[in-house]
Write a protein that binds this ligand. Sequence first.
Ligand SMILES: Cc1ncc(COP(=O)(O)O)c(C=O)c1O
Length: 361
Amino acid sequence: MPILRPEIDALVSYEVGRPIEDVVRQYGVDPATVVKLTANESPFGPFPGVAEAIAAEASLQRYPDNQVWNLGGRLAEELGVAPGNLLFANGSTAHIADFASAVGGPGTRIVYAWPSFIMYRYAAAWAGSEAVEVPLDPEFRVDLAAMADAIDDATRLVIICNPNNPTGTIRSGDEVEDFISSVPDHVLVLVDEAYAEFVQDPSYRSMSRIAVDQPNVVTLHTFSKIYSLAGLRIGYAIGHPDTLTGLRKAQQPLTVNRLAQAAALASLGQPDELARRVEANAAGRHYVAGAIEERGLAHVPSHTNFVFFKMPGGDSQASGEAMTRQGVLIRPMAGGWMRVTIGTDDENRRFVEALDAVLGD
Ligand SMILES: Cc1ncc(COP(=O)(O)O)c(C=O)c1O
């Protein structure tokens, strides 16, 4: 008798990327020179003041504040919302899984685009819902019309990743708003805005204003990307207080640890630092996308801190392995596509050198 539910048994365990130690062992490369561009992490350290705030958080024998009171109050002020419009989690990945299990379950369907953030697939399986994966449009954007068509009476959750990971594309604020207005009230719309801070296109708009007022809309945000706190695990949702009070019942208690709360709080109120990082990313993205284009490779114009591009030959696993041998780790995707995260200037140069070495093989 199998122990696991069949939908769990069918999953492949999620791997965030190959550990650097593994690469060092296999190829004998110097660990200090390995460049990791696999997980859309920030190449920069945390914001100024964060290390000191973590060091000052000495009461580790105490459970964290389950209400996330200090951080919640400060962030609400910064965002111009009420503290009741915010719900924190141990990374927005946790929110995705918890919200899917709160609204899904056997006999229900969860709709999201594909390819998109792989965690949606896991969340649907964990919840016991049927996953409905709607292909991207020919420009690798979330196909909102097709997503709307895919919603039926059994649908409980629709997830819009905007910008979309792994393709880096956006839908405009107007387009997402139109889509939201077409979704029936019984369906929760989750708009995952993990990469929103990187977007410079004026047509883009966060849906957080709508989420504050409309009970079936929630936006997701993370401190893992622009705020460089991926290692601490903290994200937050913006929504209507009644909706968040309900969704909170599906959360583990004490989900955001003390260090994460202190670090996120210390990161706030630094708009110049934030802007500097957005600009550095945009310059790096311009360089990386330009280098890919100059080499005649197909790529998708990106609004994020990563670029989706295609290697010749169609075997992205082999191309990824060949780049790994050069000490540069990027993410192979299906169909010959690859995703490279924007790094520091040096890391971006290393990526281009490794790309040239592989293309020249
Ligand atoms: C679209 C998207 N949402 C959420 C996350 C995860 O965020 P967190 O680190 O807060 O769990 C990622 C991380 O890669 C992502 O790509």
